[in-house]
Design a protein around this ligand. Structure first.
Ligand code: GDP
Length: 591
């Protein structure tokens, strides 16, 4: 075997839309490796599964390939999804060396498929796409665990045709998202083309091909990233901070460089000053054969990268998922503390003067959320890791812009004492564990609020109206003048000032009557009796005059700039006629 002992196992994440098969794929990889290899071929880690190269090569039925690869195997992160991907960080970038984006070949691309691709592109992480659930294609003849081509050649021509059609839809969707791709066996240059592998996570078809392609990618693009120092100080990333009975707060971490030993001094990233502590125990899961042993974990005294372990140590409260863990010695302690502090501070999140407040459970997910919000041009005033607190609510409450007096929480909770504050302040809180849903919910809410406030505005604003005093319909000369009018355009209401065709305000509409009944509005075409306080018929107003509702300048601006599209044709006509009158003397009126 040519496995180079200074190359660590590449770390692989599986991402994709919900229900497209991420969990099934990870289960299949675990299961198939167990079956194919001799007992113990695969190793269960905390939060990860290691598939050694021997198991992969055996699965592919070509032992000769063993000589071609130099990496020891593949370490699959057990938690699927882009959340795990963004949480797992190393040196400010993504920890995962490779990713698999899974898409249901029968359903095609969905929002989280695109979100996954965007995240991978941002991090420049090499990836393959698997087109899953080929066994669901009508007439498919399953070939359990077979390499894709073996299985493909066993299908009828008709079924192959169906697969090809669906497959090229996936290629087309990748293309429209900016990626050129082809079936993996036709890709020569994986640097410029994405390899797409048809698979079934249930029958295992195509899984050998997937493992091979991943090894190939690792070999070609990652060799320089995978060099590690087997004797150097351990460096890892916290996958999860967990309370364990009898152990207190523990850290599940992926060690990606160096060695970690029981008793080592470690520095752990957190929002405040980094934690300095000593490793009390390093824990691994027990093998299945040891199932009777009461403890879930077994202790080891030393581990070497890449490996997923749980560590127990004092003072771990406040440790950050996605934060780093670094081994230090007495000589290096100060420098290591500084490094860990900088790593946390490096998550540079540019905030705006005004904007929404966002909270997320890890640094990586916060960064991903910020990126997606920026793409949507949603301004962010404050971005922070942790649950939603009293203080977050009060700060958001103090924001003037109602659309920014909002908290968006990704994978977080509202702290108990803050719940009451949410009720009493009315600050809007959005929570979800899918980024695009959060963004959609926020956008929908903004749209809805806008519509509500438009409605409120339009109800208080003086609407345009144009009406004429009908001949022989003067019922009273003055105090108030009572005349019959016909509405030519718009809506006339009581308590609205009346102007004449030269823009002079002559009085106020006191009352409206239609067929002897009091009404508060009259619309186009209606003939009503109107009492107007102020003018005398024969002096300020006359039969046949066209009169207007007097629109205050501020209202005219809102009508013209904000509500124009919601006005009907006759309202527009009345508004335009009124504006013409006002602008005859002052062209800048209501501009
Ligand atoms: P996740 O949400 O992406 O983790 O998706 P799951 O792995 O939970 O899969 C969702 C559903 O699709 C489950 O009912 C699976 O059994 C099913 N499924 C996943 N992969 C395949 C496949 O290749 N073929 C078939 N027929 N069903 C699949």
């Amino acid at each position: 075997m040519v496995v180079k002992d200074n190359l660590r196992t590449p770390i692989v994440c599986v991402m994709g839309h919900v229900d497209h098969g991420k969990t099934s794929l990870l289960d299949m990889i675990r299961g198939s490796a167990v079956v194919s290899g001799e007992a113990g071929a695969i190793t269960q880690h905390i939060g990860a599964t290691e598939v050694p190269i021997s198991a992969i090569v055996e699965k592919c039925g070509n032992p000769g390939l063993l000589d071609k690869f130099m990496v020891p195997g593949l370490l699959f992160i057990d938690t699927p999804g882009h959340h795990a991907f963004t949480t797992l960080r190393s040196r400010g970038g993504a920890l995962a060396d490779l990713a698999v984006v899974i898409v249901d070949i029968n359903e095609g691309f969905k929002p989280q498929t695109i979100e996954s691709l965007n995240i991978l592109q941002q991090h420049k992480t090499p990836f393959v796409v698997v087109a899953n659930k080929i066994d669901k294609i009508h007439g498919w003849n399953p070939q359990k665990g077979a390499p894709f081509m073996t299985s493909y050649n066993k299908q009828s021509e008709h079924v192959r045709g169906s697969l090809d059609t669906k497959f090229y839809e996936v290629v087309g969707e990748l293309y429209s998202n900016g990626f050129s791709s082809d079936r993996y066996d036709r890709v020569n240059d994986f640097q410029h083309n994405i390899g797409v592998i048809p698979i079934s996570a249930i029958t295992g078809e195509g899984i050998p091909d997937l493992l091979m392609v991943l090894l190939g990618l690792a070999q070609r693009f990652l060799e320089s990233n995978l060099h590690y120092n087997a004797e150097g100080p351990g460096v890892g990333t916290v996958l999860e901070v967990k309370e364990e009975r009898g152990l207190g707060t523990t850290l599940d971490l992926i060690l990606y460089d160096g060695v970690l030993k029981k008793g080592d001094t470690i520095v752990v990233g957190c929002l405040g000053e980094p934690i300095q502590t000593k490793v009390r125990a390093i824990l691994k899961p027990r093998a299945l054969s040891e199932i009777n042993v009461e403890d879930k974990f077994k202790q080891v005294s030393k581990v070497t990268a890449a490996v997923g372990v749980k560590i127990s140590a004092p003072h771990l409260d406040g440790a950050l998922s996605g934060g780093s863990v670094r081994v230090a010695t007495a000589e290096t302690l100060d420098a290591v503390v500084e490094e860990v502090r900088n790593e946390v501070e490096d998550v540079q999140i540019d905030t705006d003067q005004s904007g929404i407040t966002i909270k997320a459970d890890t640094i990586g997910s916060l960064e991903a959320l910020v990126n997606e919000l920026k793409k949507e041009d949603i301004p962010i005033r404050k971005a922070d890791v942790g649950d939603i607190s009293n203080r977050d609510i009060m700060e958001a409450f103090a924001i003037e812009d109602p659309f920014h007096s909002v908290i968006v929480g990704f994978n977080v909770n509202i702290l108990p004492d803050a719940k009451e504050k949410v009720r009493s302040t009315g600050v809007k809180v959005f929570m979800n564990d899918v980024i695009y849903r959060l963004i959609d919910d926020y956008r929908d809410w903004v749209k809805e609020q806008r519509a509500i406030s438009e409605k409120a505005v339009s109800e208080t604003i003086v609407k345009p109206a144009m009406f004429t005093i009908m001949p022989d319909c003067v019922f009273r000369q003055s105090k108030p003048a009572v005349v019959g009018v016909r509405v030519i355009g718009g809506t006339i209401k009581t308590k609205v000032d009346v102007t004449t065709g030269d823009g002079t305000v002559v009085g106020i509409v006191k009352g409206l009557q239609s067929r002897g009944e009091n009404v508060s509005v009259a619309t186009i075409g209606m003939e009503v009796a109107m009492s107007i306080d102020g003018p005398t018929v024969g002096r300020q107003i006359n039969e046949g005059d066209v009169l207007y509702a007097n629109i205050p300048e501020r209202h005219a601006k809102i009508l013209e700039h904000e509500l124009y599209d919601s006005l009907s044709a006759d309202e527009l006509e009345a508004l335009d006629s009124f504006l013409d009158i006002k602008r005859r003397d002052n062209p800048f009126w209501a501009k």
